[in-house]
Structures are given as structure tokens and as C-alpha cells.
Design a protein around this ligand. Structure first.
Ligand code: DAT
Length: 172
């Protein structure tokens, strides 16, 4: 059975991990958190002093994922999307959260003031939405509101329906 690959992207804190894990458990697709993958494999290329975090080695991440993506049935979660091959994904979801809600979520993660402000700006200027629209065919990029549990449940149900239909359309 062929199964689709799904990209979940958006500013840190919008709920990609929460949605991705729940979707995986309900659909049987595999969830991959690119941040965790990089950490486990030390797929880094230097250190960013300004942002106080390691720099992702994008080429090694792509190499690491290539075989699984070819097979299909993968949900990828990352706060960036311009370095993945366009051909990998059948649909791209950009999660969006209102500033005040996002601020509280990031604050409870213990982010310092600079990191908080940078991420809030990222959401205000819809950086990830623009990046997704520039990197993928616009018809496959969708924004999803991610402010509360009702929206989460609604997103899960919509995506489950989409997966089911995609599998039907691609089975011979
Ligand atoms: P991300 O993976 O995008 O960084 P996350 O899934 O870790 O985000 O979520 C950040 C926090 O927000 C976490 O405490 C769970 C909570 N959260 C996520 N989606 C939510 C939603 N739709 N409603 C309420 N809280 C949510």
C-alpha cells in the first residue's frame, strides 16, 4: 500500500509535535521529529553563538531521511522547510497560533527574552508560511489554526480524512 508523506511546519511552539504524534498513532504513519533526529545523530555543522544552538547539517539530514521518504507514510515535523526536496511531500501544513497564546507556551518552555521575541516575530511575519509557499507548490500548502484542543482535534480529523482519501486515490 502506498502512503503519503506529510510535512508539519511552523514556528516553534505552534503544536507540530503534539499534532504529529497524535496523527501518527491514529493513522499508523511514522512520525519523525527532525530536531530529535539531528540530536541523536549529531547531524550538526557548527554552532550559532547568537541563537545559542547548534546549526543543522541540512544535507546530512536529507541523506538520513531519503530512504524512508521514498517508501512513504512519513510525517515530518520541523520549524523549517526550504531544504527538504520538494518531491518528498504530498501535502504541507503550516500551523498557526495567536501571539498571546504562543508567547505563553514559549515562556513556559523557559525561553529567554530574545528567543521569545525572535519566535513571536517569526510568527507575526509568517516566516514559515512564506517559506513553505516559496518551497512547495502553493496548492499543497495549507494553514491550520492551532490555539486550543478543539482546533487540534479538528486538525487531526481533517488530516485523517485526507490520508484515507489519498490512499484510496493511489491504490490500484
Ligand atoms: P512544536 O512542536 O510546534 O514546538 P508542541 O507540540 O511542542 O509545539 O506544543 C507546544 C506546547 O503547546 C505544548 O505544551 C503543547 C501545547 N499545545 C500544542 N498544540 C496545542 C493546541 N492545539 N491547544 C492547546 N495547547 C497546545
Amino acid at each position: 500500500m502506498v502512503r503519503p508523506n506529510i510535512l508539519l511546519t511552523g514556528t516553534p511552539g505552534v503544536g507540530k509535535t503534539t499534532l504529529g504524534k497524535e496523527l501518527a498513532s491514529r493513522s499508523g504513519l511514522k512520525y519523525i521529529n527532525v530536531g530529535d533526529l539531528a540530536k541523536e545523530g549529531q547531524l550538526y555543522d557548527g554552532y550559532d553563538e547568537e541563537y545559542d544552538c547548534p546549526i543543522l547539517d541540512e544535507d546530512r539530514v536529507v541523506d538520513e531521511l531519503e530512504n524512508q521518504m521514498k517508501e512513504g507514510g512519513v510525517i515530518v515535523d520541523y520549524h523549517g522547510c526550504d531544504f527538504f526536496p520538494e518531491r518528498w511531500f504530498h501535502i504541507v501544513f503550516v500551523l498557526r497560533t495567536d501571539n498571546s497564546i504562543l508567547y505563553k507556551r514559549l515562556e513556559s518552555r523557559g525561553y529567554n527574552e530574545k528567543k521569545l521575541q525572535d519566535n513571536i516575530q517569526c510568527e507575526i511575519f509568517q516566516i514559515l508560511y512564506e517559506e513553505a509557499m516559496a518551497s512547495y507548490s502553493e496548492e499543497i500548502v495549507h494553514q491550520l489554526p492551532s490555539n486550543n484542543p478543539e482546533e487540534l482535534e479538528n486538525n487531526i480529523n481533517q488530516i485523517l480524512k485526507w490520508i484515507e482519501q489519498w490512499i484510496k486515490d493511489h491504490s490500484s
